[in-house]
Design a protein. Structure first.
Length: 367
């Protein structure tokens, strides 16, 4: 086993010490930070998410803050989704694209005020890109990374825990809507959201010195519901059909290829970055699409660091972008980013670790 060399380039999470005390065993890097991914018992952590409540350090979901008179205008220039009706307290899922219509991130856009927005980003340096676009367009807006770090509570009983801490008003929050509040003197934003299909909330800590305190407040409050640590769960998210930017996308992927087309509004202003290319792609039709792939057999397959080629009659048609053994389906499953001419029910073969694994294309989500 190897260790990690501390560096100012690899920033600690406000919840880092708390997760070590919880017994974190593995981490991944994300937005120049460490994110805990397991706590010693992956199957127990999976079932906790499915049946109870799981507590996650997701402070790696950094915020790109847009502040100033042109904050709303910049948000719309960056996002090919219509934000004109977005209200204060509402979040919207937005695919961000470059000028070629290629997906470069898929954040939640939170509107905190008419002149204040957050982009809660996936793993890429959107801060620099947003700042460059703002300067190029001559906008009056400050682009920065604020002291904001999310923690998630996910699972069917997450609402009970959050309501116990902040009050029953949280039960009325619609998906992606949020509210600013204070918990024991700690400023936070509470949003109904999270990277699972099991329901839950993200608690945006607004004071990085109070990470351990906030973690422990929810840890103690969740004891009656069997709360325990976890992280974005590889198995559950694949079963649920949740796309991972950078994991299930490459340097040519556009939103239409990965089931994000419904979040693209082709009638947004012409100065929106990438909209001309997206209109052309929509008119011509994407060359690939995302389907599920169920492999034959029930022996768990070990995933690797790379995509796995998908072949049919010896010809490569696409890639299996992930693979996992599903605890509920008892099969190896994953996503296929594959030629548009391939259809549900087609038989294909994935090459995984030099072994040819036959399987069947299926619809998403799996569950």
């Amino acid at each position: 086993m190897f260790g990690i060399t501390p560096s100012a380039r690899l920033r600690p999470s406000p919840f880092y010490r708390a997760t070590l005390e919880e017994g974190a065993t593995t981490f991944t890097t994300y937005n120049h930070m460490l994110m805990p991914t397991a706590f010693g018992d992956p199957e127990a952590e999976y079932w906790r998410l499915i049946n109870g409540v799981s507590q996650w350090d997701v402070s790696v979901e950094r915020q790109v803050q847009l502040k100033g008179p042109d904050a709303g205008r910049l948000a719309q220039i960056l996002a090919p989704r219509d934000l004109s009706t977005q209200k204060v307290g509402q979040g919207k899922y937005v695919p961000l694209c470059n000028h070629r219509g290629v997906l470069i991130n898929d954040p939640i856009c939170l509107k905190l005020a008419d002149d204040l927005y957050w982009l809660s980003i996936a793993d890429s340096n959107i801060w620099f890109w947003a700042g460059a676009i703002a300067a190029e367009r001559g906008l009056t807006v400050e682009v920065s990374e604020p002291d904001v770090s999310p923690m998630a509570l996910q699972g069917p009983t997450a609402e009970e825990v959050v309501a116990h801490v902040v009050g029953d008003w949280v039960r009325d929050l619609k998906y992606f809507w949020f509210r600013e509040t204070v918990i024991s003197g700690i400023p936070v934003v509470v949003q109904r959201s999270g990277w699972s299909k099991q329901g839950g909330f993200e608690i945006y800590l607004r004071d990085g010195t109070r990470g351990a305190a906030l973690w422990n407040i929810f840890r103690e409050a969740g004891q009656p519901w069997g709360i325990g640590p976890g992280g974005p769960n590889w198995c559950e998210r694949i079963e649920s059909g949740l796309i991972s930017y950078g994991g299930d996308t490459d340097a040519a992927t556009n939103p239409f290829e990965v089931r994000m087309g419904r979040y693209v509004d082709l009638d947004v202003p012409d100065d929106t970055v990438g909209i001309a290319a997206l209109r052309r792609i929509a008119a011509e039709g994407p060359k690939r699409h995302s389907l599920g792939l169920v492999l034959d057999g029930d022996a768990p397959v070990t995933p690797g660091f790379t995509w796995h080629p998908i072949l049919q009659d010896g010809r490569k048609l696409g890639d299996m972008t992930n693979v996992v053994f599903s605890y509920r389906l008892k099969r190896n499953i994953g996503f296929a980013l594959i030629d548009r001419r391939c259809s549900i029910g087609d038989r294909v073969t994935a090459e995984i670790g030099g072994v040819m694994q036959p399987g069947t294309l299926t619809d998403l989500p799996f569950l």
